[in-house]
Design a binder for this molecule. Structure first.
Ligand SMILES: Nc1ncnc2c1ncn2[C@@H]1O[C@H](COP(=O)(O)OP(=O)(O)O)[C@@H](O)[C@H]1O
Ligand SMILES: [Mg+2]
Length: 206
């Protein structure tokens, strides 16, 4: 699914990623381990298009995707979660999930005026998808809660939920377990295993 070939990344004089090469097999749940500061997050940022590398290549299913932007990789099914959750704190859990799919026709204001019923229909589809995701993650009781009020672990579950709103292929989980209590950690791991088995997501986690 993913091949990292001799990636290097400098921050000024600091070498954050030193000639990293590795492969992630399609359909696997692959872990990347290393101490704090080893460069794991930086490598994930490079794979997901959030940062450019200084040299080396990222290949997705054999295709060189180095230098693509995050939204381009998103459209190719590469999704990531963040070490520190990136929720919209003043929106509800439901609204956070409904924000995810790109190219919503209702976003074009003129189109909304011209074709109100089509926009409504699309919004309804996205809403029912979001509700399905919320149920899958056992967050039903929090559907209308503001995301800012969730616990750290619930925010991580919401991040995982964001990857389920579109057709993900490769999901990068950056310290998904950090600061999460045991009960929620178990739920997160079960959700990861189910997504791997039922939806064939490949996971690369650190
Ligand atoms: N944006 C940045 N600017 C400067 N240095 C950074 C930046 N991001 C990470 N670093 C440094 O790069 C190294 C690797 O960090 P990071 O990728 O966060 O490691 P890990 O995720 O394995 O803990 C660390 O020394 C960190 O301080
Ligand atoms: Mg990190």
């Amino acid at each position: 699914m993913l091949k990292i070939d001799k990636i290097n990344k400098y921050f000024g004089g600091l070498k954050a990623v030193n000639n990293a090469s590795m492969e992630v097999k399609k359909g696997s749940i692959t872990g990347l381990i290393g101490p704090n500061g080893a460069g794991k997050t930086t490598l994930f940022n490079i794979i997901a298009g959030n940062t450019d590398s200084n040299s080396g290549q990222v290949l997705l299913e054999g295709v060189n995707v180095s230098g693509l932007k995050a939204h381009e990789l998103f459209n190719k099914g590469v999704l990531r979660t963040f070490q520190i959750a990136h929720e919209f704190s003043t929106l509800t859990v439901l609204e956070n999930l409904m924000m995810v799919p790109g190219n919503q026709i209702g976003e074009k204001l003129l189109y909304t005026w011209i074709n109100h019923s089509k926009v409504k229909k699309q919004e309804e589809q996205i809403r029912s998808k979001a509700i399905e995701v919320i149920d899958f993650l056992n967050l039903t009781h929090l559907t209308q809660e503001l995301a800012g009020n969730l616990s750290g672990g619930q925010k991580k579950l919401l991040e995982l939920g964001r990857t389920m709103m579109v057709d993900a292929k490769l999901v990068l989980l950056d310290e998904v377990g950090a600061g999460v209590n045991r009960t929620l950690l178990k739920e997160i791991s079960e959700a990861i295993i189910r997504l791997n088995k039922e939806k064939n997501y490949t996971f690369f986690c650190n």
